[in-house]
Design a protein around this ligand. Structure first.
Ligand SMILES: Cc1cc2nc3c(=O)[nH]c(=O)nc-3n(C[C@H](O)[C@H](O)[C@H](O)COP(=O)(O)OP(=O)(O)OC[C@H]3O[C@@H](n4cnc5c(N)ncnc54)[C@H](O)[C@@H]3O)c2cc1C
Length: 407
């Protein structure tokens, strides 16, 4: 008896933790998808205007630009005319692409190189390193969702334009293999930057940032720590008299912390290890959490009807299971175009799971429903699985009928 109670309590505790973790995961994901596009756009526009204004000023006063390239900041391995021309071209052309988020990674490469040249050949300033770090981010991670790249990506992926597919594969590989290391680098570098004023005993208030830095370096509670630090910096910016250099530092720290808060520390972090351990202990954390004691809605069919029903319930407090015997939604109105070979079948078939990637109360099951037991409130699948439901939506479509006449 006692052991049964203990097991029940343990189960209950596991459910509560799983539920909490699930909600936290949803919250973080929501923050990422809603806020990160705006932060990304702000950073891109900020960087773009700095370089673009500089480029336009050079073009407006070309003699002055040549004189500066000759005497003020000569590049040791380029003649002044070439240095000024290349520099001005990069400063005028690339920021436009960066601001639009068009070919962002390619536009960020020359800007990253220019930032490093300025740092190494002209004047060593923290700001140049911040530029380089942010451009590096764009080279490796690409632009966020408010960008032409993201807008055009689906069409480009399906197009027959040369180089598009290998390039997109290359981008994915860069993000996948270099992304984790780059995030680690940004974390450790930022941690060192935030700790430096504490070491120098510069500002008593910087102790908060100093406290945050080991957490950032280790990747422990990264999003929370980065978010608190970013808000702290914002508060300091408004309430304290900062020097111009401090303001610059704080602005870029804010950008970098914001990126970490919204995108997370990446897989080379203690957070990742902890999450894996917790997922092992509380398996439901990884996905759709049954721990939440919510009504279960089963929707059979991932056609227009089923999708609309699931989407309509996106804000409802319920768990939804969409079951379809195909793993894709078929856009029937374009079947004619497939039949006449003006579209490929893949153009009108979208994976149902991908459609609900951002809707966290939905899970998608591949299976054919063979029976419904309305008394027991269960549906049966062809593999003999039985699923309980509280509410059932049957959206299995219709078959043609010729009403007994010959076809
Ligand atoms: C060629 C063509 C052109 C059309 N053009 C237009 C148009 O221009 N405009 C317009 O408004 N409408 C058009 N329609 C009609 C429109 O496509 C349908 O009305 C609509 O797709 C019906 O949606 P639904 O969700 O009810 O069913 P469906 O889209 O048929 O979806 C049913 C889903 O249920 C799944 N399913 C079925 N049985 C089971 C089961 N036992 N277990 C698990 N899953 C199951 C199926 O795999 C399917 O994914 C067209 C239809 C066709 C065929």
């Amino acid at each position: 008896m006692l052991s049964a109670i203990a097991t029940a309590l343990r189960q209950r505790r596991a459910n509560v933790i799983a539920s909490f973790m699930g909600r936290m995961g949803d919250l973080l994901h929501l923050g990422e998808v809603t806020l990160s596009p705006f932060l990304d756009l702000t950073i891109r526009l900020w960087l773009a205007q700095i370089f673009w204004v500089s480029g336009i000023l050079k073009l407006a006063n070309w003699d002055n630009a040549i004189a500066l390239a000759t005497h003020e900041y000569p590049v040791s391995w380029l003649d002044p005319l070439t240095a000024a021309s290349v520099g001005a071209a990069i400063e005028v052309i690339c920021p436009a692409f960066l601001a639009l988020g068009l070919a962002t990674r390619l536009a960020a490469i020359p800007l990253l190189s220019l930032s490093l040249v300025i740092q190494l050949e002209y004047q060593q300033l923290n700001e140049h390193l911040y530029w380089a770090a942010l451009f590096g981010w764009y080279v490796i991670m690409g632009a966020g969702s408010i960008s032409m790249d993201r807008l055009l990506a689906p069409g480009l992926a399906a197009s027959a334009l040369p180089l598009v597919k290998p390039l997109s594969r290359l981008y994915k590989a860069i993000t996948r293999y270099l992304g984790p290391a780059y995030r680690l680098f940004i974390r450790v570098w930022l941690a060192a930057l935030l700790f430096a004023p504490v070491m120098a005993g510069r500002l008593v208030l910087d102790w908060v940032l100093g406290f945050a830095s080991p957490f950032l370096a280790l990747g422990l509670a990264t999003r929370l720590i980065a978010m608190i630090s970013a808000l702290w910096l914002l508060g300091m910016g408004f309430t304290m008299n900062l020097t111009e250099l401090q303001r610059v530092d704080h602005l870029y720290w804010f950008f970098l912390l914001g990126l970490l808060a919204l995108h997370g520390p990446g897989p080379i972090a203690l957070d990742h290890v902890l999450k894996q351990q917790l997922s092992r202990l509380f398996p439901r954390i990884e996905g759709w959490s049954e721990a939440m004691d919510l009504p279960h809605v089963i929707i059979v069919g991932g056609g227009f009807g089923g999708l609309k029903a699931a989407y309509g319930l996106r804000l409802a407090a319920c768990r939804i299971t969409v079951i379809d015997k195909r793993n894709y939604h078929l856009f029937q109105p374009l079947l004619y175009q497939v039949a006449t070979a003006s579209l490929s079948p893949a153009d009108i078939a979208t994976p149902i799971r991908a459609m609900f990637r951002d809707q966290h109360n939905v899970r998608v099951l591949l299976g054919e429903v063979t029976d419904v037991d309305t008394t027991a409130r269960q549906v049966s699948l062809s593999d003999n699985t039985r699923l309980d439901y509280d509410y059932l939506v049957l959206a299995t479509g219709a078959r043609h009928s010729y009403f007994g006449r010959d076809k």
